[in-house]
Design a protein around this ligand. Structure first.
Ligand code: ADP
Ligand code: ASP
Ligand code: MG
Length: 409
């Protein structure tokens, strides 16, 4: 008998039939004697549909009203799931973020959880009730509804598990665990039995949307045992581990992540004098635009080319800032490309192995894929390439590092 927080994602509650399926699953766990807190997402597609409605009304709605709108998706699913549990004869109650009191800061549409009041949930659990909580939402200190950013129900699940000191936080989704790469892109991707927090954090922040980054951060910070599993089939899923397994030689590369969310900007022919990087990047950061990768090359005549990447949504804004700056900097040109992709290999084993980068670059060159930018850390190497080669790059790296399923005899 354990206290489990189980989170079911959008596809898992995507129709009334699927909600009934989740209810059957939850009842089975209850019959085994577990105390259960269930977190649900909105039905798949609902958050996008609501965003679309807002855009029909106005192009830039205020973030506060977006949160009032987007949080409705999860209100529907908590009520329907709770009804389905009642129909099966189980005691259950649903709660919105504000009713639990999931207190967040006031950064609408990307709020951070500050505190969770666990009293009401504890009382319900003690009374034998299944508690169903709306994912993705909270409330700020003034009572305004907030949301936690796309994929935020994962974070609700992990934060509740931390606040309740649950035995495990289980993320139920439409794949049966964390794979070596997105199984929708590479058929031979393999489910990992386990992955370290550090690797999962890199995978999530480099584009693997199977878990929201903040959920992984939270789980690492509060030591929440975390597992990703399938809603639709039984299996062990993937455990996110705190420790590296000392008995096992860590694979050099554990996984490949990618994203298409970035765009690249270059200022060419800038006089290479101290302060140039700051002159270019300060107005960008003043405009609240986050910069990811940066490369600076010194060319002839002490002129430098300065390249960096930003989120694709910020591309036009950043481009306009650079065009204004170009004259002031005596730059030759400003160039931009929003058809790029970032592909990254991740693995704690990289720390103790040389030659990983050259193997990566060779695999890409064999496919004729040009690398535009490179960045590395202790446990990852990322490259920027032309977006049209993304899938080819991921597949060729997957096989170069032999991440595929073992062949069935
Ligand atoms: P949910 O709605 O349940 O939160 P998501 O769509 O957010 O589900 O996350 C699950 C999806 O993540 C999978 O369907 C898969 O396509 C994608 N994904 C990306 N990278 C990976 C990976 N390395 N392992 C497993 N799934 C991945
Ligand atoms: N419904 C929200 C989204 O689609 C939150 C979530 O599903 O985790 O992003
Ligand atoms: Mg998700």
């Amino acid at each position: 008998m354990a206290l489990l927080v189980q989170k079911f994602g959008g596809t898992s509650v995507g129709s009334v039939d699927r909600i009934e399926n989740v209810a059957d699953k939850v009842c089975k766990f209850r019959d085994e004697g577990h105390d259960l807190v269930i977190v649900v997402s909105a039905m798949s597609g609902e958050t996008n549909r609501l965003t679309g409605l807002a855009k029909e009304v106005m192009e830039h709605p205020t973030p506060r009203e977006m949160d009032v709108l987007l949080s409705t998706g999860e209100q529907v699913t908590i009520a329907l799931l709770t009804m389905a549990l009642h129909k099966r004869g189980y005691d259950a109650r649903s709660y919105l973020g504000t009713q639990v009191r999931i207190l967040t800061d006031d950064s609408h549409t990307k709020a951070r959880i500050l505190d969770i009041d666990n009293q009401r949930i504890h009382e319900d659990l003690k009374a034998g009730c299944i508690v169903v909580v709306a994912g993705f939402q909270g409330v700020d200190e003034h009572g305004n509804i907030t949301t936690l950013g796309r994929g935020g129900s994962d974070t609700t699940g992990v934060a509740l598990a931390a606040a309740l000191q649950a035995d495990e936080c289980q993320i139920y989704t439409d794949v049966d665990g964390v794979y070596t790469t997105d199984p929708r892109i590479v058929d031979s991707a393999r489910r990992l039995e386990s992955i370290t927090f550090e690797e999962m954090l890199e995978m999530a922040s480099l584009g693997s949307k199977v878990l929201q980054i903040r959920a992984v951060e939270f789980a690492g910070k509060y030591n929440v045992p975390l597992r990703v599993l399938s809603t639709f089939e039984d299996g062990p899923g993937t455990l996110i581990r705190i420790e590296e397994d000392e008995n096992m030689e860590a694979p050099v590369v554990s996984g490949i992540a990618f994203n298409r969310d970035e765009a690249k900007l270059t200022v060419t022919g800038v006089p290479d004098i101290p302060g140039v990087a700051s002159k270019i990047l300060k107005p960008i950061s003043d405009a609240n635009i986050e910069v990811d990768m940066i490369v600076q090359n010194v060319g002839e005549d002490n002129l430098t080319d300065f390249t960096f990447t930003v989120h694709r949504n910020e591309f036009k804004k950043a481009y306009a800032i650079l065009e204004r700056l170009a004259q002031e900097l005596s730059a030759q040109t400003v160039k931009g490309d929003d058809k790029i992709a970032k592909v990254s290999i991740v693995g704690v084993g990289m720390r103790s192995h040389a030659g990983v980068a050259s193997k990566m670059f060779e695999a890409l060159s064999q496919e004729g894929i040009n690398i535009q930018m490179i960045s590395t850390s202790e446990i990852k190497i990322s490259v920027v390439i032309d977006e049209k080669y993304l899938e080819l790059a991921v597949r060729s790296l997957h096989s170069a590092f032999e991440l595929q399923k073992e062949a069935v005899e």
